[in-house]
Design a protein. Structure first.
Lengths: 196, 204
């Protein structure tokens, strides 16, 4: 009996201490990790969509609350005018969430460009969503008034062959972006006006 | 029984060098060593986990009930692995991306659990530190060795932190890389050949 209590006690204490330590390290490294992801994953994607922008989109950013979550918006200025906002959305892919950076042209209410950021799709099939620029290029100019879908589902995006689920995930993420944009449009415009 | 501190430290470099003599820790050895720097990064991460878990397990060796010792070891090892994972994400994000799933897999690395079971839970803290450090550095050296052979033959270069330190095609013009060696079957071949060489040298 004594041994049993000791076993339970030791395991409980170990787990508690371990949990506490991990929470501490997680909180301590959170800012640095966010910063690294911003610099090494999101940053290059944003800059590649907004090639030719007259500002640094990663530096000009703001956050807005959407329901319970906070969304980070990156502003792309062209000829000094804040013409586009970029933000990240997610779609359910074949191997997990597919992250998509969506740039919205706020003057014309259409998509300016997209780029896949993080994914765990199959190499050579789904992974082409990130590697094949022709696939992402189809999203350019898509209007935000209707859901974005692959051609098989009634939309106008040609799916990657052998990667229908991934293609749908990217479309879902883009549609999600248009819904978020719809919901937050007034706030986004306010923020853009107040930019220096 | 009482062996010297130096013995416990240096045995990891030759007598009990993990992948070659004990043939443990082969999974990351084959998986990540396509470049020398991945080998070194993986080795350092494993060494950190090994030393920390050895110290803690040896400190707690009289408190841990023997019936649940494996569970306790796993908790301790998994905690340190997660710490390493977060640290690598925060400071060496590129390397973290490259090593990918092999970092969390240190939890089930036979070397770490093997040292805990075979050494740390029976020896003093200082001895266990020396043991963990020696085995860990031995492992790092092995990964670096196999990584350098594979990178040199497979890509014709040796790159450490983005700086090419050696380029075969500039020494031997017309050098064609053996791409085979950076693929999975090549890893087995190189490991086998290195084991073979080690055994020939070490044969009494």
């Amino acid at each position: 009996m004594r041994e049993m209590i000791k076993m339970i006690l030791v395991l409980t204490i170990l787990c508690t201490v371990s949990g506490g330590l991990l929470a501490y390290v997680k909180v301590g490294t959170k800012d640095r990790i966010d910063n690294q992801v911003l610099q090494l994953v999101k940053g290059p994607a944003i800059r590649s969509i907004l090639a030719g922008a007259s500002n640094d989109p990663v530096a000009d950013r703001f956050t807005l609350p959407d329901g319970e979550q906070e969304i980070e918006f990156f502003v792309g200025k062209f000829d000094g005018q804040p013409k586009t906002v970029v933000f990240e959305t997610f779609g359910k892919g074949y191997g997990g969430d597919v992250g998509l950076m969506v740039a919205v042209d706020v003057t014309q209410n259409q998509i300016y460009g997209v780029e896949v950021t993080t994914h765990s799709e199959t190499a050579g099939l789904g992974a082409r969503a990130k590697e094949d620029p022709a696939f992402a290029a189809q999203f350019k100019g898509q209007p935000l008034t209707k859901p974005i879908q692959v051609s098989g589902d009634g939309g106008s995006i040609n799916a990657l062959s052998g990667a229908t689920i991934t293609s749908r995930a990217v479309c879902d993420a883009a549609s999600e972006a248009s819904q978020i944009y719809d919901r937050l449009k007034p706030q986004i415009e306010d923020k853009l006006k107040s930019l220096p | 029984m009482a062996k010297s501190l130096a013995h416990e430290f240096f045995k990891g470099f030759w007598q009990e060098i993990p992948p070659f003599r004990l043939v443990l820790g082969i999974c990351p050895m084959l998986g990540v060593t396509t470049k020398i720097q991945f080998g070194i990064g993986m080795g350092i991460a494993t060494t950190f986990v090994l030393v920390c878990s050895n110290i803690l397990i040896s400190m707690l060796r009289n408190l841990i009930p023997s019936k649940v010792r494996i569970a306790c070891f796993i908790i301790i090892v998994a905690t340190f692995v997660t710490v390493v994972e977060l640290m690598m994400q925060a400071f060496t994000y590129g390397l973290f991306k490259q090593l990918g799933v092999f970092i969390p897999l240190i939890v089930v690395n036979c070397i770490v659990l093997g040292r805990a079971e075979a050494f740390a839970c029976k020896n003093s803290v200082i001895m266990s530190t020396a043991d963990g450090l020696g085995i860990g550095l031995g492992y790092t050296l092995s990964l670096a060795a196999i990584g350098s052979v594979r990178e040199l033959l497979g890509a014709g270069t040796l790159t450490v932190w983005g700086d090419p330190i050696l380029n075969l095609s500039s020494i031997f013009p017309g050098f064609e890389p053996f791409v085979f060696t950076v693929q999975a079957p090549g890893a087995f071949m190189i490991l086998g050949l290195m084991l073979c060489a080690m055994n020939m040298v070490g044969k009494k």
